[in-house]
Design a protein around this ligand. Structure first.
Ligand SMILES: Nc1ncnc2c1ncn2[C@@H]1O[C@H](COP(=O)(O)OP(=O)(O)O)[C@@H](O)[C@H]1O
Ligand SMILES: [Mg+2]
Length: 455
């Protein structure tokens, strides 16, 4: 007889308990426990680890290490985010809001893989075969080695995988897959967890590069337990503003590469196209010679990116002024306003302050500080900035400008796009050669930077 048990799971960390808690004893988050009934069925190796080899421990110097082979997909931006391509046998989770383009991205990737002669299996639990075909026609993703299956029963999926032996597998989405022996509904914590564990074993055991699509909750996390993120090798988020056509692919976890890189795509009728030069995109709508607008040179991983930064300072109608930051850290903005007030004598307490990075990008490195300071001062004093200036540098609490990394790449990107001057920390100017045709102005304080940028 099968015993039915009721259990409670934490959706954040996967903590399991026979009773409900308001605060999860595992991770301390509030109101994260959900109830689930589970038929207890003996499943081999489900929770006792993924690898069952009867091997002895080896000295690390005796282990053979070929560099992990990678399948280089036809999509350069995806390769970049994954650290050079898809690793066979890896399990990748792609999360994102509904309608952002996850299915589009993966169908296009599948097509590119199939074009290389790999066998690809695309399993959709959300759309019918016909819908998938229509989408593939629109994207031009028709190739004979691309197989499509509409299925959500884990056991049939496993059978098809054994049958077809694909090199690349896409599951769209993990929330639709279910194991019949687990009684809770598809998408619930235990279903998602058990199915992911199975896909993990398929991926590792048969060396199939596997991509799972995951839905995102209102809070922006991948639905199901956080545990899911711990189980897989890579977690990618596909993001973008609904009203803008471009999309960012960002790695938040990667066992085979860095998590600093982002991939940039543009969405149009015929699918996603790669954005090779993001700076041009982020500067395309920039107004020239107005107050409050500057261009900042930022690094995303190993790639420099120029982005327009805008500030608006306007008299407030509220007892306490508004401070709104989009795309940059709200706390950094507060700090920079405090520095401008205290060190530069600007009276901003009765002014609302809005800071916005154009195009919906997010930059969280301190090198954007100086551009925020110049933009705010420019708007406050209503002095226009120079359209040919690029600014970067970290601002300290005494109003000093501190060195930032990779100054050379930032300057080269500015030169490449035809900017004439770069205002940068003086301490970042040593040890490299400036490209010709661009003037470098080293500054040590915010005051110096304002003198140069707003004279
Ligand atoms: N027939 C179509 N023509 C043009 N755009 C479409 C068509 N069908 C879907 N789209 C657009 O493609 C985008 C991506 O959809 P999709 O890849 O299904 O997203 P997800 O899988 O993340 O939910 C959607 O924003 C949608 O507006
Ligand atoms: Mg989809």
């Amino acid at each position: 007889m099968v015993k039915v048990k009721t259990k409670f799971f934490c959706t954040e960390c996967g903590y399991e308990s026979p009773k409900w808690y308001g605060k999860c004893p595992g991770c301390g988050s509030w109101n994260s426990m959900v109830e689930e009934t589970e038929k207890v069925v003996k499943t081999q190796g489900m929770s006792s680890g993924l690898f069952h080899t009867k091997e002895k421990p080896l000295p690390i110097i005796n282990i053979e290490s070929d560099k992990e082979p990678r399948i280089v997909t036809g999509i350069g931006e995806l390769n970049r985010v994954l650290g050079g391509g898809v690793v066979p046998g890896s399990l990748v989770l792609v999360g994102g809001d509904p309608g952002i383009g996850k299915s589009t991205l993966l169908l296009q990737t599948s097509h590119e893989m199939a074009k290389e002669g790999l066998r690809v299996l695309y399993i959709s639990g959300e759309e019918s075969i016909r819908q998938t075909k229509l989408r593939a026609e629109r994207l031009g993703a028709l190739s004979p080695e691309l197989y499509v299956l509409c299925e959500s029963d884990m056991e049939s999926i496993e059978a098809s995988i054994d049958d077809l032996k694909p090199d690349f597998l896409v599951i769209d989405s993990i929330q639709t897959v279910y194991l019949p022996e687990v009684t809770s509904a598809p998408g619930s914590v235990s279903q998602v967890r058990e199915c992911t564990a199975r896909f993990m074993r398929i991926a590792k055991g048969q060396g199939i590069a596997t991509v799972l699509v995951g839905h995102v909750t209102k809070e922006g996390a991948i639905a199901g337990p956080r545990l899911l993120e711990h189980m897989v090798d890579c977690v990618l988020y596909f993001e973008g503003e609904r009203h803008h056509s471009y999309r960012l692919l960002r790695a938040v976890k990667n066992r085979f590469g860095s998590t600093n890189e982002i991939g940039i795509f543009e969405m149009n009728e015929s699918g996603l196209t790669e954005v090779i030069n993001p700076s041009e995109l982020f500067l395309s709508e920039r107004p020239l010679g107005v107050s409050g607008s500057t261009v900042v040179a930022s690094m995303e991983g190993t790639r420099p990116m120029l982005v327009e930064l805008q500030a608006l300072i306007a008299a407030t109608h509220f007892p306490s002024p508004r401070r709104m930051a989009t795309g940059v850290d709200h706390h950094r903005m507060g700090l920079i306003i405090a520095v401008l007030e205290k060190r530069m004598g600007m009276f901003l307490q009765n002014q609302d302050a809005y800071v916005n990075l154009a195009g919906g990008v997010k930059l969280d490195e301190p090198a954007v500080d100086l551009a925020i300071a110049v933009s705010i001062a420019s708007s406050f004093r209503d002095l226009p900035t120079k359209p040919d200036d690029v600014i970067f540098g970290e601002v300290g609490l005494t109003g000093e400008v501190r060195a930032v990394s990779r100054a050379e790449q930032r300057v080269r990107e500015a030169a490449k796009l035809g900017f004439k001057r770069v205002i940068l920390p003086e301490k970042s100017m040593k040890g490299w050669q400036s490209p010709s045709g661009i003037q470098l102005i080293g500054v040590n304080t915010v005051a110096d930077a304002l003198t140069v940028a707003l004279d």
